[in-house]
Design a protein around this ligand. Structure first.
Ligand code: FNR
Length: 195
């Protein structure tokens, strides 16, 4: 069976390196995987428990993200690094997704893989560490290895934000194949998309 993977970028930037890399990963995925790059987190409002009480299903942007996560067999998250941590927009989305909802707690037992690209020399090491910690707390099944830290990202893209570094494309391809094996190991039966 084909497994469906939702790909989330932790950046709202139009030319986000992280979103572009997810596009590259999707383009190189094997036929047994379908990678869907999420349109973005811009529609997810700031988390507020008052909003939750007012509207138990959550605001529209949250409902649609939660439904996409619930229907996916796994998630690949590509995070930038802001001040040595994941961006607030990504943490905010995870805070919403961590909550009880009509679709359940959608991150619990969800296979997740994490990578990231940044301008600096450490390639989002610290952002990924903070992201992994949050995902563990939410009950996700986070792939421990291989890790993928894409440093000095500016040098790997041309002026149109297209990836021009074949080694990075190959690493992404290996990463996606490893995630397919991780999903098969921790969640042998594919999740069933919910209506
Ligand atoms: C950054 N950037 C950055 N880079 C890094 O390697 N380590 C860091 O701690 C930070 N901190 C940081 C803070 C803030 C507020 C911004 C806006 C940026 C640079 C970052 O890697 C760069 O903006 C990337 O382009 C972000 O990823 P996307 O948007 O291209 O996916």
């Amino acid at each position: 069976p084909v497994r469906h993977v939702l790909c989330l970028a932790g950046s709202l930037r139009r030319d986000s390196w992280n979103r572009r890399l997810l596009g590259v990963a999707a383009a190189h995925a094997p036929a047994t995987l379908h990678l869907d790059v999420c349109g973005g987190l811009a529609a997810v409002p700031m988390f507020d428990e008052d909003l939750e009480q007012h509207e138990p299903d959550g605001p529209a942007g949250v409902r649609s993200l939660r439904a996409s996560v619930a229907a996916a067999d796994g998630l690949i998250i590509a995070t930038p690094e802001y001040n040595h941590a994941m961006p607030g927009v990504l943490k905010n989305a995870l805070d919403w997704l961590s909550r009880e909802s009509p679709q359940g707690e959608v991150l619990v037992e969800k296979p997740v893989a994490v990578f990231g690209a940044s301008a600096g020399p450490w390639g989002t090491r610290l952002a990924q560490a903070s992201l992994r910690q949050v995902l563990h707390t939410c009950g996700a099944l986070v792939m421990p290895a291989p890790t993928l830290f894409i440093a000095n990202a500016a040098a790997r893209f041309d002026e149109n934000a297209a990836l021009v570094d074949p080694a990075t494309a190959e690493s992404l391809q290996r990463f996606v194949l490893a995630f397919e094996q991780w999903m098969a190991r921790v969640a042998p039966a594919p999740a069933r998309p919910q209506a």
